[in-house]
Design a binder for this molecule. Structure first.
Ligand code: SER
Length: 342
């Protein structure tokens, strides 16, 4: 029989998380990596991947072709339209974020049947699944737990929340009325990420983008006008910690996992506190405040912090970078070097 190549599949490979993740997985070197993105993969990632596909996860034929060639054991399904971008075309966002995820879950179930082992399905969810009605409630709510305030105000948040549920369904209840009890579902594991800050890439289309944009602009010597008020506060973390957390969750012993979905976070400065750090590092930084009331409304609906007790208990989540260390040891040295070179 024709043998298929065992791979880890990464969708949205060209995005911010894709970059960090591919570097980490390539370092591990356990499996070949198959990268899918709507755009040509970044040159720096090409040598790290065994195969690359430029295409749309909504393209059924592409997905079918893929399973004829590759044996997939783990999927990191990162492809999505982020929160700000999704508000400009909510129906398209729904299509990509929900239908895309459904397609991948279906592919995962089929693959599990083929090779007789549950495919691990790692899904980045988001603080966008929370929705606080006003600032007073947000302040009062403080660190929210996974099951609180699940009332997103964005299409992206709705999509992520629903896809968490789809994941749970595929993991536990898929085809529950079928005559033959097929227990080969999907091993679905999801993290609700806070805003992420990377030294190597800048996000596009998100609503937590003000923090990374501020620091990258200062390093480039460009002025930055923040689209949120100085007092805006949500949780963040440095990209390496986000990648480590995904790896820890992937590697976790299933008997320890008590949930399909976990909060994580590392620090939660206000935008002003973030700007003070940026100004400290780049004394010429020109940061001004010009809040966009609509994007501000989205940030105001996200919690000022999340309770990540479950992640710490179930898969030993422990961020290596607090805010100070993230700045001094990760962001500043790497960002300075990056813009020196270009
Ligand atoms: N960082 C994302 C966004 O702003 C949230 O997951 O859309």
């Amino acid at each position: 029989m024709l043998s298929r190549r065992p791979v880890i599949l990464i969708t949205g490979a060209n995005g911010e998380m894709g970059h960090g993740l591919i570097h980490q997985l390539a370092k591990e070197g356990q499996y070949d990596l198959l990268a899918i993105d709507i755009k040509e993969l970044d040159e720096s990632l090409i040598p790290l991947t065994a195969a690359r596909i430029v295409g749309d996860i909504l393209d059924q034929r592409l997905l079918e072709r893929l399973v004829s060639e590759f044996e997939i054991h783990t999927i990191f399904h990162l492809a999505a339209l982020l929160s700000t971008r999704s508000e400009f075309s909510p129906e398209t966002a729904h299509e990509v974020n929900v239908k895309g995820t459904l397609n991948l879950l279906k592919l995962a179930v089929e693959q599990s049947r083929w090779h007789g082992k549950k495919v691990k399905f790692l899904f980045p969810s988001s603080i966008a699944i929370y929705g606080l009605p006003d600032l007073a409630t947000k302040r009062q709510a403080g660190r929210v737990k996974e099951n609180e305030w699940n009332l997103p105000t964005t299409m992206y948040g709705c999509n992520k929340l629903y896809c968490e549920q789809l994941g749970r369904y595929y993991a536990r209840h898929y085809r529950q009325l079928a005559e033959v009890d097929d227990k080969k579902g999907v091993d679905f594991r999801s993290i609700r990420f806070p805003g992420l800050v990377s030294a190597f890439t800048v996000p596009s289309g998100g609503t937590s983008d003000y923090a990374p944009e501020m620091i990258h602009a200062a390093a480039k010597g460009e002025a930055y006008s923040s689209f949120v008020r100085p007092d805006s506060r949500i949780s963040f973390m440095a990209m390496p910690d986000a990648i480590t957390a995904l790896m820890q969750l992937r590697n976790a012993d299933p008997s320890r996992l008590t949930s399909h979905v976990y909060n994580i976070a590392a620090f939660n400065p206000s935008a002003e506190e973030f700007a003070t750090l940026v100004r400290g590092a780049f004394p010429k930084a020109d940061i001004s405040w010009n809040p966009d009331l609509r994007r501000q409304g989205i940030v105001d609906s996200w919690p000022e912090d999340v309770d990540d007790t479950l992640a710490r208990r179930d898969f030993d989540f422990m961020p290596a970078y607090d805010l100070k260390r993230a700045f001094e040891e990760y962001l500043l040295p790497n960002i300075r070097q990056r813009y020196l070179r270009s």
